[in-house]
Design a protein around this ligand. Sequence first.
Ligand code: ZN
Length: 247
Amino acid sequence: MEKFNTDGVVIKTSVTGESDLIVFVLTRNRGIIRAFAKGARGTKNKLHGGSSVFAYCDFSFSEKNGVYHVTEAVVKDLFFELRSDLAKMSLAQYFCEVLLKSLQEGEVEPEYLLLMLRALYNMSKNKKPVLQIKAVFELRVSSLLGYAPPIHACAQCGAFRTDRMFFNCLTGDVFCENCGNPNELPVVAFSVIAAMRHIVFSEFDQVFAFQLNPELLAPLTRLTERYLQNCLQQRLHLLDFFWAAMN
Ligand SMILES: [Zn+2]
């Protein structure tokens, strides 16, 4: 039997047995771990608080023959404020679903956990607009998955900037005013492309730190949403709840 400790955030739970849960924990260095939390549905059980979705904990796990158990969960943050806002709640659940669908077993890039934690924190504490958090998460995850869009310059002529530009949500290519075809691709303000460049190319610590005209946040995240959807090759239905709650 192996025992180890890691921090992580619960991204899914399912009920098993009379009082147990199966928790899916996005960990820092071991990807997503699926583990039994014995007795965790009991409100007095020591694993109860740390076995809820979005709980960020210091976990202790034991593993035997590929089966994991949570032996301890010391709660660091529950992001409780999310639960009173339907749009934020739907968005956080969508983030969980994206990670569950896209991460391979054994995927160990720590930035997934850091990105998720920063997104949950910024949402629960109102640090950034919700649409901005969504755009950052979607585009940065696309990049982590190996689909960083080639948006440094116009794919045809190499121009860095024109006032209006075009973004291809299928390929991730960007085109300048002269090369893009408005009948084929959505036209976007240059500042939207600049924001996308920031998300893709900045150091992680800076990834949420950009300013964009609030009216352009929805166009930005419509693009990042479609781009991630194409990377994952599926549309996640939680998006419908999110957009309904936003309207
Ligand atoms: Zn061009």
